[in-house]
Design a protein around this ligand. Structure first.
Ligand code: WTA
Length: 664
């Protein structure tokens, strides 16, 4: 696998002997309750996906299920539908013989200070319709791009669904990203309108989102209007004032007051764009991943129903922010297309105390809980006393996503949160795949702690080696060998990068996700982490080059190399090796300044854990920085082959310096 250091516990993982069959009774009532679902799907994947698609509401049927001209796929060709209709109208106006979910809770929300809201499907339907009219009034039409930069409040979901209703393309930017990251994304996709909030709460502090939008807009000239949600509207005074620029900025509640109650949904082609979501890659420039309507909705609908075994009276809590793909697919589109009740929480898990999540589960009777290993490891560290006091008996299924889950964290999750009775689904997927790809099915899969088990029915996943040969048992790269409905369609504005990044390693028909994986003798997948220059810090994808560009942007920095180091809680942490410009002294205060600089340029999630100054960086004779060596230094490992190095002394010096830093 070359580039990525294997986690030290790899042999532990593969020796894992513990087995967890589906709990008694679970299988009988599960949607997916027989192993035959795999063979059935594999026999004719197109027919299988068409069956799923037909559970959605279409205004025109498709003529052809799949048109595959590698690496370009069209799914449900000629079919017409609207994503918001599938998430709302069909639940509100179900025919009399159907179960109508009009008065069912669609979103149950709690803000960090403890304020709460419940929106029924009817409430959400009305909100989305009205906001769709607001967008139309602000001259947003089909195909226009809308940026959403918001805290976790119900308006964030309304904004997405209203864009979808009128055929606008949303581009959600995580509220933790900096003004500069926001303006880059706005400029790359030529956004016409931004939806934001005056602020959001995080660990008791107001995060000034609108302020960041104001800063971002200084370096963009495509945005015509900004809509601002007043976070505390009707619930007390705002802790911060925000600037409203006459003519450009509008308060959400004022616009909504005047909006008409019904907005005709735009009839969208299955292949019309639903959203763009930026994610990190191996260059300094994030990629705008493009998802379309019909295939994406089919993928998230199917996986929500089967992976989470979603039932009518479940209360589903996916802890992801809507700024990430997990929030798109499993806070908004998947659950709402299923008519489920979604729980949404604004703030931090340790605010005001470390039992906040457990109190929420108890208070709202959450039945399905989906979170990331980094959170689980933090809970473990905080200790079981926070968990043990809460009544978690409403839970019936647990999920994990975002990074490999080590068996220790898996067992802790199983014992302390699931109380030994809830199946765990460890779900592997990506922004690019749109929906879950590798996962247990709770009713039928015997799980092993640390393994994501098998491909979802209808998904063709293999382990391939460098040459593209199938590895039946052992290590290699995960590959997806057939197109699937919710796959990305391209990188916005950069088709060549789409082809080069994902479809060139083994030829145009095979998707290369960039993850290392092992397959055991039962065919189960064990994910090992990225094999490219993408880091996974607390479940967030960050490119090493992005952080490097941010560092060299600082006036004192001549050169920088960034690597990830294994971190007990975050999975990985960012380590930077920096060469300063001539005459600049590497002081402790400069380290702080550089860390801050990266946070300002990208966002706090990209702040380096540590920075080491070095007069030189290890380079090959052709001048390429040898990251592998730096990774080894950061991990404190024996150094591998240094024969291609231009000056081996550089490495030795660096290591000494690094070790003295670790010891200090
Ligand atoms: C990693 C998040 C191991 C993987 C949905 C992938 C995982 C990247 C898992 C995508 C998992 C996600 N086990 N690794 N269950 N889930 N990953 O685009 O490296 O933010 O390529 O999508 O996260 O991150 P992204």
């Amino acid at each position: 696998m070359g580039k990525t250091a294997e986690p030290q516990n790899i042999s532990v993982l593969l020796d894992e002997k513990r087995r967890f069959p589906p709990p008694k009774g679970f299988q009988k009532s599960a949607w997916a309750n027989d192993q035959s679902v795999y063979a059935e799907a594999a026999k004719d994947p197109e027919a299988y996906w068409a069956r799923w698609a037909s559970e959605l509401t279409w205004t025109k049927p498709w003529k052809k299920v799949l048109e595959w001209k590698p690496p370009f796929a069209k799914w449900f060709v000629g079919g017409k539908l609207n994503a918001s209709v599938n998430c709302l109208d069909r639940h509100v106006y179900a025919s009399e013989s159907d179960y109508s979910r009009r008065n069912k809770a669609a979103i149950i929300w709690e803000g960090e200070p403890g304020d709460t809201r419940v929106m029924t499907y009817w409430d959400l339907y009305r909100g989305v319709n009205k906001f769709a009219n607001v967008l139309r009034k602000l001259k947003i039409k089909k195909g226009d791009r809308v940026a959403i930069y918001m805290p976790m409040v119900p308006e964030a979901a309304i904004a997405c669904l209203a864009s979808a209703r009128i055929g606008a393309v949303h581009n959600v930017v995580f509220g933790g990203f900096s003004a500069e990251s926001l303006s880059d994304r706005i400029n790359d996709s030529k956004v016409k309108l931004v939806i934001t909030a005056d602020f959001g709460w995080r660990r008791g502090k107001p995060i000034a989102l609108k302020q960041a939008v104001d800063d971002a807009l200084k370096s963009t000239d495509c945005v015509e209007n900004v809509v601002v949600v007043e976070r505390n509207h009707g619930r007390g005074e705002s802790p911060i004032q925000c600037h409203i620029e006459e003519g450009r900025d509008h308060w959400w509640h004022r616009l909504m007051d005047d909006a008409e109650a019904y907005a005709e949904p735009e009839e969208m082609d299955a292949e019309d764009m639903l959203f763009i979501l930026y994610t990190s890659g191996t260059t300094g420039k994030p990629k705008g991943i493009v998802h379309t309507t019909g295939g994406y909705m089919t993928g998230v609908y199917a996986t929500t129903k089967w992976v989470f075994d979603m039932k009518e009276d479940d209360v589903f809590w996916c802890t992801a922010d809507i700024g990430w793909v997990t929030g798109h697919s499993y806070v908004i589109y998947g659950p709402l297309a299923n008519g489920s009740t979604v729980f949404m929480y604004e703030g931090a898990p340790d605010w005001p105390e470390k039992n906040r999540f457990w109190k929420l589960i108890e208070k709202y009777g959450i039945t399905i809980f989906y979170t990331a290993p980094t959170a689980i490891r933090a809970f473990m560290k905080w200790g079981t006393e926070w968990v043990d006091k809460a009544d978690l008996s409403s839970l019936r299924l647990l999920g994990s996503v975002g990074e490999p889950i080590n068996s220790e964290a898996w067992m802790w999750y199983h014992n302390h949160i699931g109380k030994g009775k809830c199946p765990i689904v460890d779900t592997w997927w990506q922004t690019e795949t749109g929906a879950i790809m590798v996962t247990p099915l709770a009713g039928i899969t015997t799980t092993k702690p640390g393994s994501a088990t098998r491909a979802f029915p209808g998904i063709s996943a293999e382990v391939l080696n460098e040459k593209g040969e199938v590895v039946k048992e052992g290590g290699g790269y995960i590959a997806i060998t057939k197109p699937w409905p919710s796959m990305l369609r391209t990188i916005y504005g950069d088709e060549q990068r789409y082809i080069d990044t994902y479809w060139s390693k083994w030829g145009k028909g095979t998707y290369f996700p960039g993850d290392g994986v092992r397959r055991d003798k039962d065919g189960y997948f064990w994910f090992m982490g990225r094999v490219d220059d993408v880091m996974n810090v607390a479940g967030h994808r960050i490119g090493t080059m992005e952080v490097e560009s941010a560092l060299v942007d600082h006036k004192s920095v001549a050169e920088a190399a960034v690597v990830a180091k294994t971190h007990e809680i975050k999975g990985q942490a960012i380590y930077a090796f920096v060469t300063l410009k001539h005459g600049i002294e590497g002081t402790a205060s400069l380290i702080d300044e550089l860390k801050k600089h990266v946070a300002t340029k990208i966002g706090a999630i990209a702040r380096p854990e540590d920075i080491v100054f070095s007069a030189d960086l290890p380079k090959t004779r052709s001048g390429k920085i040898m990251r592998r060596l730096l990774r080894d230094i950061a991990e404190g490992k024996a150094l591998g082959d240094t024969t291609t190095l231009a000056d081996p002394a550089v490495v030795e010096n660096l290591r000494k310096q690094y070790e003295s830093l670790e010891g200090s």
